[in-house]
Write a protein that binds this ligand. Sequence first.
Ligand SMILES: [Zn+2]
Length: 81
Amino acid sequence: MGVRYRDPECECEVEYPGARRLWCEHCRTDGPLPGSLADPKWEQRHNDPAVLREAAERLGDGDPLAERLLTAARQLAGDPA
Ligand SMILES: [Zn+2]
């Protein structure tokens, strides 16, 4: 379960060889959206309703991704609505 989502503002690049991550301005200043694929710990965090709610809060009301995250958070928390 959980939801895989990209941080819409992330522009990090990966440098080869070695797959070294070059952090973008957004991730360096604000940090990646919690639990998004840009988050280095997303694998642990994208299943955590609290993390998804935090990410939705950062995106703000009316953002379609925020709506999706809140729905996923409710399902992960065991609320059928
Ligand atoms: Zn980034």
